[in-house]
Design a protein around this ligand. Sequence first.
Ligand code: NAD
Length: 347
Amino acid sequence: MAKKLKVGFVGIGGIAQGCHVPGWQKLEDVEMVAAADVNKKVLAAGGELAGIPTNRLYTDYRKMLAEVDMDIVDVCTPNCVHKDPTIAAFKKGRHVIVEKPITTSVANAKQMIAAGKQARKLLMVAQSMRFGDDALAMKRWVDEGLVGDIYWGRASYLRPRGVPAWGSFISKELSAGGPAYDLAVHILDLCMWLMGHPEPVSVSANIYLEISNKPSLMKHNPRNFTVPDELAVGFIRFANGASLSLETSWAINSTQPNNGIFLAGTKGGIQNNPPTLVREEVGMLTDTTVQVNPDRGIASHHEEIRQFVEAIRKGKPSPVPGEQALLTQRILDGIYKSAKLGKEVKV
Ligand SMILES: NC(=O)c1ccc[n+]([C@@H]2O[C@H](COP(=O)([O-])OP(=O)(O)OC[C@H]3O[C@@H](n4cnc5c(N)ncnc54)[C@H](O)[C@@H]3O)[C@@H](O)[C@H]2O)c1
């Protein structure tokens, strides 16, 4: 067997323990050798789960990078702590997988991409939704030409009562934004990937914060809610003439959660949950639905990690390169700028 690839974590909290550690554990040619986390309790629990010796657990990621030899750095910190560890890891000549969103501004994303290029190492953004069975079914329809040119889409990720009560999500200092950063980034990435990454031109958006900072049924402490949005809605125009409607919430007075994308193409329409292709066949409008693995949420994280390792081993491009995440980051920046100015903005 080839020499094992060594992985070190920066941030070993919720997503690292729940999805990344089991993902790395599934791969025989990988070993988790070190972790850094500013929270000592989380560090101890994460280190134990990953089987990392206690003398390889650090509260300062810079010290870990200086002392431990590794091939891959897995950045699972809050959004505002993605850029610096990523750049520090590249300076040490490591490959980097960083959780979504890539970061909190276009300027940061450009620095991260440039650092990876300079180090000649891979940067992968953990856009896990791309690796689920439903996404792969939709991608296959697109690649087989059954959808044609995609000219409009609608991306919804609405939780009626789903403000995160755990982790860093509702802290402006740590996460920068609300559901736009947490949820919309997933469905934006999915749509952009299926649409072939068209160049975004402009965004018109509004953000709202009406109910999350009041006591209610929700489990979080409303006083800790410091991000600017609980609902973001927007309309994005692309250079190829395509457009996308976007809506995402953690809290809204509506009956149903809704997590779904729909893309309209010249030959067919596709949607997820469950993955369905709608098109004209033998003179009728028909739909085809694919049966998917119900456990695909977790499986998609494992698959993203497997594909990253495969890309490193085989010298292939990053499965989710920073340049693609930069397009999404331009849209996210545009959402907040447009909402602030109250008008459509160029991105
Ligand atoms: N792909 C997905 O479906 C998904 C799901 C959840 C979270 N995420 C992303 O993962 C990231 C982390 O989210 P989480 O839910 O695991 O949060 P979390 O708060 O549970 O874990 C983050 C950890 O980072 C640590 N940390 C903070 N600053 C640090 C620093 N300077 N150095 C070292 N460690 C530091 C914290 O102590 C914490 O343990 C976020 O960017 C989030 O958007 C992605």
